[in-house]
Design a protein around this ligand. Structure first.
Ligand SMILES: [Mg+2]
Length: 95
């Protein structure tokens, strides 16, 4: 099982190492770019990832979106584990 808070820290540290001037605008831009990469992978011929050979392209890009969201959460000091838990419980009550 993944420890979400540790994954958030790891993702933020990796992103900060690649871009020492990482700010919220760059973090939001990265989420958008990863969404575009997922859309491209989805409409393209299915193929294995070049970076992670054990994943399909679509799996890698979906993971990239989630990781980019975690980077934003960490940058904004959002307790994403808490937010996900509360929002998920709320969604269960929706019609
Ligand atoms: Mg990507």
């Amino acid at each position: 099982m993944i420890n979400l808070n540790q994954l958030t820290e790891d993702s933020y540290n990796s992103a900060s190492r690649r871009n020492p001037n990482l700010n919220y605008e760059e973090q939001l831009r990265q989420i958008f770019l990863e969404e575009c990469e997922l859309a491209d992978a989805y409409i393209s011929e299915p193929k294995m990832s070049e970076h992670c050979p054990e994943l399909m392209d679509i799996e890698e890009e979906l993971a990239d979106i989630i990781l980019a969201c975690l980077v934003f959460a960490r940058g904004e000091n959002i307790d994403i584990e808490k937010a996900l838990r509360i929002k998920n419980e709320f969604n269960k009550t929706r019609q």
